[in-house]
Write a protein that binds this ligand. Sequence first.
Ligand code: SF4
Ligand code: SF4
Length: 104
Amino acid sequence: MKWDVRRIREWKFYEHPQGATILEAGNSLYYQTGSWRTFRPVWIGEKCTHCLYCFIFCPDAAVKVSKEKIAGFDYEHCKGCGICATECPREAIEMVEEQRESDR
Ligand code: SF4
Ligand code: SF4
């Protein structure tokens, strides 16, 4: 959704759209913050020891875990911050640029 912000300096507080507003507990599930991403984490399985540091450090709970092992990323909520790649002791996560729409 695009907002017409030409008059934003004149807006009253009640005129601001309710973008990303937490109206009730748990509704962050419905905000697909992955659409903000410019880089995405890619897991390199052969380097991974499943230490799960990436899971612990991810601020968005976007590292999926199954049976105590990394099971990929939740790309609908991963913002591409790269913390998981920075903290991984095995360099088992690479940040790669998202494809531009025209490249798909
Ligand atoms: S931090 Fe690196 S080595 Fe550890 S589970 Fe994550 S990807 Fe694997
Ligand atoms: S890039 Fe950031 S948000 Fe995405 S999985 Fe890694 S730590 Fe989480």
